[in-house]
Design a protein. Sequence first.
Length: 273
Amino acid sequence: MADPAAYRRRKPDPALEPRVTELSDSDSEGAPGVDLSQTKTRRTRSKIEDEDNRSPILVDILRVITFLFLASSGLSYLISGGETFFWGMKNPPSYLRASWWKSKISGPLYLTPAELALYDGTDESKPIYLAINGTIYDVSANRRTYGPGGSYHWFAGCDAARAYVTGCFAEDRTADMRGVEEMYLPIDDPAIDKHFTKEEFVALRKKEMEDALKKVHDGLEHWVKFFKNSKKYSFVGYVKRPKGWPGTEPRRKLCDDAAKNRKRREPPGKEAK
């Protein structure tokens, strides 16, 4: 009977195993069975793929840089109103100034008339403020108009609400509106007024006062809404007034330019003709 151990699988002898040797590029030349054209083709294809992988990255970077440059130039042109392509604005809009963002974070400013006067544009390092009916706005975006030498420099550094209605820029640089309604009231003339009965005259004067006050209100409200709704001028804060103002100041006389436009009252029945 055969020995079972004889049937056990013997461990192969490494010396008898076939060996596979990798050929280098130099060895492959002249080696039997090796296609040199295929080897070179694979090598060339690998180099091309490596170069292709690097090229798109450089191209993409150049595209991004070009896009950002063109976008920045176009945005600068739009925001500056055609002044510049490269953000070199003399009077940048409010949202591009640090003072605008500071006011948004810190809240409204409260300035006295004396403090407000420091922002009239004579100091170029400071913004230009004006106030109307107690509310302060930053008008630095239009420094050419509100700064020194500008046509509306009268309004800078103060609350000239009265001047917006009367048109007397130099004389009425104040927010005191007392007596402004007189510019819309007819001039009393005894020769004409005698044609009204006492009751008619009282009712007429009451109606004239109501109409005059409404015209003053509407005239001032127009400019209040103009600055409030402006996208060019930003809100800053409020003017601090002393207690009892404007009663603490003498009542102003109606300026000459506003007074000269007053007309005499029409006699009764004339309008009906």
